[in-house]
Design a protein around this ligand. Sequence first.
Ligand code: ATP
Length: 382
Amino acid sequence: MAELTLDSVTKVFNEGGSDEVVAVDDLSMGIEDGEFLVLVGPSGCGKSTTLRMIAGLETVTDGEIRLGERRINDSSPADRDIAMVFQSYALYPHMTVRENMRFGLEESTDMPDDEITEKVESTAAMMGIEELLDRKPGELSGGQQQRVALGRAIVRDPSAFLMDEPLSNLDAKLRATMRTELQRLQADLGVTTVYVTHDQTEAMTMGDRIAVLDDGVLQQIGTPLECYHAPSNRFVAGFIGEPSMNFFPTTRSADTLSAEQFTYPLPAAATDALGDATDITLGVRPEDVGVQPEADASGDHEFECVVDVVEPVGESNNVYLRFAGAPEGETFIATISGMRNVAAGDRVVATIPPSAIHLFDDRTGEALRNRSLADVDGVTLS
Ligand code: ATP
């Protein structure tokens, strides 16, 4: 077991050519011994390339990767003591589960046969796949194949696991079950893990910490709640959270933000955080938008709105609201209890509480102020 360090790691494909791509740009991060780090970001942001460089399947253009104290840039994949699990499972189809699990150990160690047998059987028992040991991959369901692929990685007892969207071929219910199981397993084994996904729910629920990438550049690394409540910039704010944070472009004059459909007086503390910035995006999460039935907005932070669409999710309703007078299609979302009765066409009052707003500088996207957590029980950020 070991910590994993990426020090200014860059990957350029087709360097110098007209089709040059900087897939990973000066990425630095430390993954602690035993930590579960989720690398998340949209398609093409460089997640897989990062993982493949750590695994040794891709060369590093610049920078250094270390496992513990050891620089591994130039070690062969087999010498890195790292196991990788892919979305495609990559099991050998002509081998039984037992042979698939034995294979890595036979190839990469000089462990005696009986020890390999014992290790494979104890790992299979831990993964609940003992009864599958003599089947071939083609005789297994997707979930079982994924379990075997994980078992095959675990049996090698590596210093680190790398997982590239390992659950994405499974149906939603099985994915949720496997998510919990993987987390439990990783915590029990205490093996440093880097897990790649484009799914922010997976990132939020599984990671000790999340690293958010966009266009090859690290945007933020922090606990799921830090990324959720204290995003470093607008990209992270929009990427983490479902439904997404609402964003309103505004212009600031002194302590007031003006948008096309509303003006928003800022609390003093927020004004202080803005410096000389005048083009500000106001952000608020859907669950922080209040919805009252009265069609008479009287407070500073209350706005007359019309309900455009209601999306019932069961325990909650996603209510698409339009500021009174705003054109069709210009909506923002409030998430309210599923027990409340709101219907399209209703006139309501939406509240955007000052304690819940995020403010972003349009020039850089940087968060100038994040929501206050002072009066929120149970959420503390380090
Ligand atoms: P996805 O979620 O779609 O798998 P990703 O975040 O894993 O995306 P990467 O596969 O790491 O993204 O790709 C990052 C960038 O590098 C993309 O622009 C991609 O087109 C480019 N890229 C990846 N592999 C190569 C390659 N072998 N040659 C040239 N460009 C590549």
